[in-house]
Design a protein around this ligand. Structure first.
Ligand SMILES: [Mn+2]
Length: 289
């Protein structure tokens, strides 16, 4: 049976333009996960959505603790996160990396990349492109550059990567970059009009040739109505159901999972942190099938 390593990254020092607060997410997600794990009996859980009992061992979801972040040093934090993700992946567990702001997308992908041989594809669910190369305000590593840095890794091929749920507006230079490197966009508007089936077909078509798969979710891929507790709210996003319908079919072939930008400081009660724990739990159960 597959084993998972919950890796917390309580760092939001790279939330340079958005709202800080994602540093509090790992412990909140842990707390809610305990409620969900409670339903496991003798290595099985009743998955109501499928109306069947499926195998799941709560012990398979290890808590690997938090990355030893360095609050004043972004690069040291990124290096520590990359290293811990690599070590967990090398030990044979699927890392579930819970940030943190979305600068953590880079060390999550890089840690898997370092642990495996062959090509790595990234399916990136996000309202935003995260393709900023450099700016005076945000430097080269921030919540706006994670995907750009990940695409620079030696065995990550942009032509095998896809961004899903992106929306609204960004820099024309970003569009030029996307077309130049052959990255695939499936904007939220298209996902919402075509539904999960055709979107999944498109995703599998892009990542099919890769040896390994990393799935990274910025919680703001969801509409703020579903997930208000984020680093920056972007209208026009996916529903929770739609995201699950896209996420779960990818789970059993995923080598690493990241979930970033969950922000208890901007949340409505625990709406977004409970949702985040639910995504993690459903992903782990689906990955074990
Ligand atoms: Mn985002």
């Amino acid at each position: 049976m597959k084993e998972f390593a919950f890796v917390g990254v309580p760092f939001d020092g790279a939330a340079t333009l958005g709202w800080p607060g994602a540093r509090y997410a790992p412990n909140e997600v842990r707390r809610h996960l305990d409620w969900m794990k409670m339903r496991v009996e003798d290595g099985q859980i009743y998955w109501i959505d499928r109306d069947e009992v499926v195998a799941f061992d709560a012990d398979a979801l290890h808590d690997a603790g938090d990355v030893e972040i360095v609050p004043h040093d972004l690069m040291a934090t990124i290096a520590a996160a990359r290293d811990k993700v690599r070590m967990e992946a090398e030990s044979g567990r699927v890392p579930l990396v819970i940030g943190g702001d979305d600068s953590i997308l880079f060390p999550a992908v890089a840690g898997i990349h370092d642990a495996v041989a062959g090509s790595v594809a990234v399916v990136h669910f996000d309202a935003h492109l995260d393709l900023l190369d450099h700016s005076a305000a945000q430097g080269s590593h921030s919540q706006s550059s994670g995907m750009r840095r990940a695409l620079e890794l030696e065995r990550v091929d942009p032509r095998l990567c896809v961004q899903v749920g992106t929306r609204n507006f960004n820099f024309p230079s970003s569009k030029q970059f996307i077309d130049g490197v052959g990255l695939t966009e499936v904007p939220a508007a298209r996902v919402l009009s075509e539904g999960a089936g055709p979107t999944l077909e498109r995703i599998f078509e892009v990542v099919d040739k890769a040896d390994h798969l990393v799935v990274s979710v910025d919680i703001d891929v969801l509409d703020p109505a579903f997930a208000p507790g984020v680093g920056w709210q972007e209208p026009g996003g996916l529903s929770t159901r739609l995201l699950l319908d896209l996420l779960l079919p990818l789970a059993n072939q995923t080598d690493g999972f990241a979930l970033n930008e969950v922000n208890p400081m901007t949340d409505q009660g625990a709406q977004t942190t409970i949702l985040a724990a639910n995504l993690v739990f459903q992903f782990a159960v689906a990955a074990g099938l």
